[in-house]
Unconditional design. Structure first.
Lengths: 353, 384
């Protein structure tokens, strides 16, 4: 019996985005895998049948959700959530079978030195294999003829290589205007630039370099006609202290009042955290002023190591209600410190649940 | 109660004996700074270069895509492939100088072709090849080697006492070590050239090639890719044929730099587990190859917290700190103390796992490093 199709709840859609295929990219170290895993979970929670895709040579985002080994075939991580890992060899094998229609002959291609050499050298060949696989996945149908995957989240390579991946189909289509590769590349390129089906999620940290890189990437993608579906600012500290409170804290530090080392450290830590919040706010403002709209934010997780519970928590923050709490807090529109404490408490509650 | 003497973050962890980073650097004329993206590698490389220049050495830092403001501070506006002199702040030891340049992989590749081509016609044919243009521009794998190529030129020039390389961000630092070999294997294009050349010359693809044992494979390849992609790629390898020998020779010379006793490797990591594990794996790899591993800089480390955290009643002595504020101060301290304890154990793990290599801890700073002054603030932590 086919599993019952879940119903999509628009209220719970992460980032307000209807399910589609998204490429999550950004500067190295900004948390692409974290954002990918949280987004996949959030879409699943909203009722979308979701596939989380890793690419060979990249970190494993599925390992943040489940310890299951992920291969070229979809592996269920949870109900309505699967993951797979695209490897070049398997993609080549699959593609060759498709074109040559003889399995045995196609399999001979893989591991052949001529093919290896060619795949290394031919411009865009490897990128096309990855994109071709994604295109095929996006078009898969279930027994009832409905799309098999409502949402596909691709944990993509960092900025430079990520951009290379996304524009390669177009480059190849222009370089080799005739032949089977050309029609393949043209079809994939059209898919990548179809706003209804494909978008890019730019992950960033509220720091100078990642924000600058995000803005540049956003422009380049616009030039290529690829839709930036959302920008997610990861690791945002929610200020637990108002500016007036920090004045009192610095006052106490300056007062030479006798205090234990531990109290001194607590006061210094608060000043550090507040300074960091102010800097982060400035970077967020810069990003939003260029973009002309608010960006989505994810709170910094005070955890020695991110666990599945943290990813679950982050997936909740990605929904409209979660974003509303965070945005109100960051805008300082609510009762400040108390609400911040509530956000922290909520995050911690998620951790322990 | 009397507060215990406050420990400075740099004095905490020193297992490496008397030799500190500065001593080790003075024995080197090339330092390769390696690590994955987003760990602050560019800043560390620039800070080391600046510090060595301040101590009187003639230093050049080869960097890749640094922060805009850092580039400006160093006098680099746009991507430029030639060295620019950076003005040193006051207090520099006489004789010291700092130059900086940004790697442009395409320019470096073009120059390699120009220098090894036997004639202008050969050079032009390669540079005009469509596949060459795409490959030399695309970063996959080429950037690493081209950074080494540029380093080789700088090192050979004899103008510098020390060249510091901020290597391209890689998923794994081993990619840098493997890049010369990969480059040779790639340019070789042996199998492709062998099987494709005859038919390429006939302008009709796949016919002659179908004769050999790989013939069917080539035929299939053509079915998959179309004749044009196959032809253009083959033509690329053909065009490289004349310079293949001298390029390979050059790459082997460049590769030998790795094993030079005056070449050192420095890993930069964050305190995250994956990052630290990578540094350990990198150390093992270098041990195997007998390359010189200087140490690991662990960046953005949470400063150590006091053993006993503050309690609510301890804040009562401070009249301006109310109950609610004190509660949040304590919560913040607890959060940071948890991170500090994680970072401390990561540093211990790293120091234990990497033998007599240095483990250098740089604390998270309140402000991002993006100018010469900011770079100077890193110096005391790096120097130890």
């Amino acid at each position: 019996m086919a599993p019952r199709r879940p119903k999509i709840d628009p209220e719970l859609l992460p980032l307000g985005l209807a399910p589609r295929t998204v490429f999550v990219t950004g500067k190295g170290g900004v948390g692409k895998s974290t954002v990918s895993a949280a987004l996949a979970l959030a879409w699943r929670d909203a009722g979308a049948r979701t596939l989380l895709v890793e690419i060979e040579g990249q970190a494993s985002s599925s390992s943040m959700i489940s310890a299951k080994r992920v291969g070229y075939e979809p592996v269920p991580l949870a109900e309505h959530l699967c993951a797979l890992r695209i490897t070049m060899m398997d993609a080549l094998k699959e593609y060759a079978r498709l074109r040559l229609k003889v399995k045995l002959v196609a399999d001979r291609l893989v591991g052949n030195p001529v093919i290896d050499q060619f795949a290394q050298a031919a411009p865009g060949f490897r990128e096309l294999l990855v994109l071709g696989k994604l295109w095929a996945l996006a078009g898969e149908r279930d027994e009832r003829g409905a799309p098999k995957w409502d949402a596909i989240v691709v944990d993509s390579p960092a900025t430079g290589h990520g951009l290379g991946l996304l524009n390669m189909a177009g480059v190849v289509a222009r370089m080799f205007p005739v032949g089977p590769i050309s029609s393949e590349a043209t079809r994939i390129d059209r898919f990548i630039r179809d706003k209804r089906r494909v978008g890019v999620i730019l992950a960033a940290l509220p720091e100078e370099l990642p924000v600058t890189e995000t803005l540049e990437l956003r422009e380049q993608l616009a030039e290529q006609g690829v839709d930036v579906a959302a920008v997610v600012l990861n690791g945002l500290l929610v200020d637990r202290f108002g500016p007036e409170e920090i004045e009192r804290v610095t006052g106490a530090l300056d007062s030479k009042a006798p205090m234990g080392d531990n109290v001194h450290h607590a006061l210094e830590t608060a000043v550090w955290e507040h300074t960091r919040c102010v800097d982060q706010a400035a970077e967020r403002e810069r990003l939003e002023s260029v973009m002309g709209e608010p960006v989505c934010v994810l709170p910094h997780m005070f955890a020695p190591q991110l666990s599945r519970e943290h990813i679950v928590s982050l997936s909740h923050w990605l929904t409209a209600p979660g974003q509303a709490v965070l945005q109100a807090q960051l805008a300082g529109a609510t009762d400040g410190p108390a609400a911040a404490a509530a956000v922290h408490a909520a995050a911690n509650a998620e951790e322990t649940s | 109660m009397t507060p215990p003497a406050r420990r400075t973050p740099t004095k905490r962890r020193r297992r490496s004996g008397p030799h500190q980073l500065g001593d080790r650097l003075r024995e080197l004329d090339v330092l390769l700074v390696c690590g994955s993206g987003g760990v602050g590698k560019t800043s560390v490389a620039a800070a080391i270069a600046l510090d060595e220049a301040m101590r009187g050495r003639r230093v050049c830092v080869l960097t890749i895509d640094p922060a805009k403001r850092l580039a400006q501070a160093m006098g680099l506006g746009e991507l430029e492939d030639h060295e620019r002199k950076v003005k040193l702040p006051a207090g520099a030891t006489p004789g010291g100088s700092l130059h900086a340049l940004m790697l442009d992989p395409k320019t470096a590749f073009d120059r390699l072709v120009s220098e090894t081509a036997t004639s202008d016609a050969e050079r032009d044919r390669i540079l005009a090849n469509q596949v060459y243009q795409q490959i030399s521009r695309s970063s996959a794998g080429m950037q690493e080697y081209m950074a080494l190529e540029r380093l080789y030129e700088l090192d050979r020039g004899g103008k510098y006492d020390l060249v510091v390389v901020d290597t391209p961000p890689a998923a794994h630092a081993r990619e840098l070590l493997e890049s010369p070999h990969r480059m040779i294997r790639f340019l070789e294009g042996k199998s492709l050239r062998w099987f494709l050349k005859p038919s390429a010359k006939m302008g009709r693809f796949g016919l002659k090639a179908l004769g050999g044992s790989n013939g069917p494979v080539v035929g299939m390849l053509q079915k998959i890719t179309g004749a044009q992609m196959l032809r253009d790629t083959t033509e690329f390898f053909e065009s490289m044929e004349g310079i293949y020998g001298s390029v390979t020779e050059r790459i082997r010379v460049v590769e030998r730099m790795f094993g030079n006793p005056k070449t050192g490797f420095l890993a930069v990591t964050s305190p995250e587990r994956e990052s630290v594990e990578q540094a350990v794996a990198f150390w093992e790899l270098l041990q195997e190859r007998r390359y010189r591993f200087v140490g690991t800089v662990v960046n953005r480390v949470e400063p150590e917290a006091p053993e006993a955290l503050a309690t609510l009643d301890e804040f009562e002595a401070l009249p301006d700190i109310g109950h609610s504020l004190a509660a949040r101060l304590i919560a913040a301290q607890q959060d940071h103390a948890a991170l500090a304890s994680r970072d401390r154990s990561r540093l211990d793990e790293l120091a234990d796992a990497t033998g007599d290599a240095l483990t250098i801890s740089v604390p998270r700073l309140a402000r991002m490093v993006n100018d010469i002054e900011g770079l100077r603030t890193l110096a005391p932590y790096l120097a130890g």
